[in-house]
Design a protein around this ligand. Structure first.
Ligand code: SF4
Length: 916
């Protein structure tokens, strides 16, 4: 019998509330009683914010077992539910809500007992950390104090325990090698293992991918391959086989880029078949590389530990410090820091510990040699395989264009874009320009530093380059001039001043004019009340144009001294003074680098303003927007500004990413539109550099005809909210959980969840929802995967970010046909690309992605349900050939869902079938 902690325990679900006294039996109680109990004595709970939401009492506090878990086992995975905790601690999984409080007491007992065990793997640093947590009055600290023994020797503090990275020479350019098909076959057989059955489609795919790594024929003429790879062909090993051969033979780096963190995790695992964890010299052949804003900044953490954070945020900082000592790579977002840790503390504490604002002082930082970001950058320069995301690959390619030698070395030249159907969207946001309040205040903070009342290390340009200012007169003057000019940028409180009609400075005046214009022209009415509003940047009133001209002049006045400063820094590095040691040099290089891309940013803003009032540029779509989110009072504004997108973002993509590369491939299960390649070719950007891409196609080995059914439910009317909620509840009941519900509007998702969550919970069918539960998306998917009775509702991010094979996902329900939102950008692209045919392509792609969630392995089966009285037949080619498609009533659909998919083949009732 595991040890049990004698403290009361509380559990709340949508079905009710349960309390267990230290010794007593578990009993159901009212929400009020639970709140009173928690106020009297500390109670054991799991996931306090979630329990607080269930009780409708935001101030709930208690002894959260997740916080204890994060202290005892930092950097270990745990699904943040009672069931997940039971799995993580090897305890019996609770069958009913009633069993949960007892489990919480046992889980607490086990965790505390581990602290006393000799083999506690994460003992190092625990005692010292606990002393600080006692001072901060962390509720667990007193309980833990009796279990964590004082070490015999003083513990090293985190910053001296972390290893230093090694500087290494740049890697030479990769050799020009040809990989033979026979070698690829052999490598693939090796990677899949001797017992694996040979999959012909996978072998053909791998051979096609091999062509991407051949030496290119001409400058600006990379090999470009579009590879449609049906789900289940084994595409990851299919491309890792030639990629690993090329990396070994050529001594070069292959970048594999993904859109979702989930695939990154999977790739990290699969790459182990081709590469060891470490090479003989201790370096890593495979590195996961993310944007710097994902990693812990040790200097920010030190600030936070030394008083920069107060109250609960300070406790979070100590738990993060515990984690940092055991983390694989310091990745806070989607790495080994539990996604739920930040949510437990409600504040934006996690973001404040990363390097969000580009304020890194590089070699001027005392932790530079241990910095996780620097370590990842160096490791990736020497890696055979870098696993990154689309945005980072594009940004690295873009910055290499004007960066220094080191950045050139980081330019990806052999790139596999997995989840290639997302490259267009990633390029769209990467190459966008947005002159908004949020963006411009960031620039002000970067130049001027924080406003006085803010605590912490954040410092402006003058402080970061104090030595330059004192050594170089012209450099010092440029810094002063930039500081002076930056006062035209928005400052803290800008949004409120805009709302009160009292803007300060040229940029705030522009934003005020923009905001006024957007509201004046808004015709969205009540339907989307509470969401963002926008208007075309055409026919603008005189006050907006005038304000834009003033703002443009103000931006130029910032850019000029920044450019002068850049030139001075270059001169200092070239003709280095005596005081400039290696570290100082690295810091100035770092400053030059961040100056260069900020100058670029300001130039893009100036160009944007330059155009306002003039003739429209057919290459771009410009609009004015007020970003809002719904709240109890209707809407909360959070940003105001002017936006610019490329009509075709693959144009800059082609120039920045494709043209300098040697081999690029885009692969996905949903690259083509049905059988048609045209839109995939168009959306690859290859034609912008006059290349006709190679194509490859491998059919999925799954038997969709036998294992899946598409059910189009024709009797739930659009706009009938009770009908929609009822349909969801009954489908979830019929399936017994395991339903992924997909929505195109957050408002409807919330309404449905609010109507059905209690009813389902009483039937033992937990329902979670994005935008409702205070849990990050990745963790929601972990919870969904962990319990086959659970269902999950969500929006776009779940449509293709979910990989849940097996019984946990057996039914996907879409609330309606996923029409694109008719915003200004969409209207412009629609007009340029064939009107409704363009819409249809988008919808088919969305349907194909959503359908792709259902069958993830050979043994999976299930239903794909669309609630749509009028589902156009022309969209049916979104589903794999042969999949039965049946139009039917809800009652009929419930019968089929309850019966499950037999796996015996299409039913004779199918009215509407796909050509196979
Ligand atoms: S080098 Fe920069 S990012 Fe790294 S710890 Fe120091 S300040 Fe933070």
């Amino acid at each position: 019998m595991p040890p049990q902690l004698t403290l009361p325990a509380l559990h709340a679900s949508h079905a009710g509330t349960w309390l267990r006294e230290p010794e007593g039996p578990t009993r159901g109680c009212s929400k009020g009683e639970a709140i009173m109990a928690a106020a009297d004595t500390p109670v054991l709970i799991v996931n306090a914010p979630l329990v607080a939401t269930r009780l409708g009492y935001p101030d709930l506090s208690g002894l959260d077992l997740l916080e204890l878990f994060a202290f005892v086992h930092p950097a270990r995975f745990c699904v943040p539910t009672p069931r997940g905790l039971a799995h993580a601690l090897d305890l019996e999984v609770p069958e009913t809500d009633d069993d949960v409080p007892g489990l919480l007491q046992r889980a607490a007992g086990v965790l505390l007992a581990r602290c006393g065990a000799d083999d506690w793997a994460e003992r190092e640093g625990a005692w010292s950390s606990l002393q600080s947590l006692v001072r901060l009055r962390w509720p667990w600290a007193q309980v833990l104090a009796a279990h964590v023994a004082r070490p015999e020797r003083a513990e090293k503090w985190l910053f001296s325990r972390l290893p230093e990275w090694e500087e290494a020479p740049d890697r030479p350019a990769p050799g020009q090698v040809l990989i033979e098909e026979a070698e690829i076959e052999g490598q693939l057989a090796h990677l899949t293992g001797s017992g694996a059955e040979r999959r012909e489609g996978q072998h053909r795919y791998a051979r096609d991918v091999g062509k991407v790594f051949a030496p290119r024929a001409g400058r600006g003429a990379p090999h470009v391959l579009l590879a449609q790879a049906g789900t289940g062909i084994g595409k990851t090993l299919g491309y890792l086989a030639p990629a690993s051969l090329w990396a070994a033979a050529a001594g070069g780096t292959v970048w594999v880029s993904t859109y979702t963190k989930n695939l990154q995790r999977q790739l990290r695992g699969e790459s182990r078949r081709a590469w060891p964890e470490r090479r003989a010299d201790g370096t890593q052949p495979v590195v996961v590389r993310k944007g710097r804003e994902n990693y812990l900044c040790l200097l920010n953490l030190e600030d936070a530990l030394q008083g920069g954070f107060a109250g609960r945020a300070a406790i979070l900082a100590h738990l993060v410090a515990r984690w940092a000592a055991y983390s694989r790579d310091g990745d806070m977002i989607g790495g080994d820091l539990p996604g739920w840790l930040g949510t437990l503390f409600r504040k934006r504490g996690i973001a404040a510990l990363t390097d969000q604002r580009g304020e890194c002082v590089y070699a001027g930082c005392p932790h530079y040699r241990k910095c996780f970001i620097e370590r990842a950058a160096r490791a990736s320069a020497r890696a055979d395989l870098v696993i990154a995301n689309h945005a980072l690959v594009m940004i690295n390619a873009a910055r290499a264009g004007f960066g220094s030698g080191r950045d050139q070395g980081q330019r990806p030249t052999r790139i596999v874009f997995d989840e290639g159907h997302h490259v267009f969207d990633a390029a769209d946001s990467t190459f966008a320009a947005a002159l908004t309040g949020q963006e411009t205040i960031e620039l002000r903070r970067w130049i001027v530093g924080p406003e006085r009342k803010n605590r912490g290390r954040r410092r402006g340009l003058a402080a970061r380059l104090a030595d330059v200012a004192s050594y170089d007169e012209a450099g010092g003057e440029a810094i002063e001039a930039a500081l002076e000019a930056a006062r035209a940028l928005p400052a803290d409180g800008w949004l409120q001043r805009l709302q009160e009609g009292e803007p300060l400075g040229a940029l705030e005046r522009l934003l005020a004019a923009v905001r006024g214009c957007v509201y004046a022209r808004d015709e969205s009415g009540g339907q989307e009340a509470g969401y963002g509003i926008e208007t075309e940047a055409a026919g603008l009133p005189g006050n907006v144009i005038e304000a834009a001209q003033d703002a443009r002049a103000a931006l130029a006045a910032i850019r000029h001294p920044l450019a002068r400063l850049g030139a001075r820094l270059e001169a200092i590095v070239e003709d280095a003074p005596d005081w400039l040691d290696g570290q100082g040099r690295a810091r100035i290089e770092g400053a030059r680098h961040s100056l260069a891309w900020r100058i670029d940013l300001v130039l893009a803003w100036e160009a944007l303003l330059d155009r306002l009032g003039g003739p429209a540029d057919p290459e771009f779509v410009d609009w004015l927007a007020v970003d809002r989110s719904p709240n109890d009072a209707g809407a909360r504004e959070f940003d105001v500004g002017i936006h610019r997108r490329w009509l075709d973002p693959m144009k800059p993509f082609a120039r920045v990413v494709l043209e300098p590369a040697h081999g690029v491939m885009l692969t996905s299960a949903t690259l083509r539109d049905g059988e048609d390649w045209e839109s995939a070719i168009e959306r690859s950007g290859a034609r912008h550099i006059e290349i006709e891409p190679m194509r490859s196609h491998a059919e999925s080995p799954f038997d969709y005809a036998a294992r899946a059914e598409v059910l189009i439910v024709t009797d739930v009317r659009r706009g009938d909210m009770p009908g929609l909620a009822g349909a969801y509840a009954r489908l979830i009941e019929a399936a017994g959980g395991g339903v992924l519900g997909l929505f195109t509007a957050v408002r409807r998702l919330r309404a449905v969840h609010g109507r059905i969550a209690d009813r389902l919970a009483r039937a033992g069918l937990p329902l979670y929802a994005q935008h409702v539960d205070p849990i990050d998306t990745g963790t929601l998917v972990d919870i969904f995967r962990d319990d086959p009775a659970t269902s999950l509702l969500g929006t776009d991010a779940l449509r293709d970010g979910v990989d849940v094979p097996g019984r946990s996902l057996r039914c996907v329900v879409m609330e309606q046909v996923p029409w694109p939102r008719p915003d200004i950008l969409h209207r412009a692209r629609r007009a340029a690309h064939g009107g409704s045919a363009y819409d249809d392509r988008i919808i088919r792609a969305r349907l194909a992605q959503a359908f792709g969630r259902l069958i993830r392995s050979r043994d999976d089966s299930g239903h794909f349900v669309v609630l749509s009285p009028a589902f156009p037949s022309r969209l049916l080619s979104a589903f794999p050939a042969g999949t039965p498609v049946i139009r039917l009533t809800l009652a009929e659909a419930l019968q089929r869902v309850a019966a499950g998919v037999s796996g015996a083949g299409a039913d004779s009732q199918a009215e509407d079938r796909q050509p196979s």
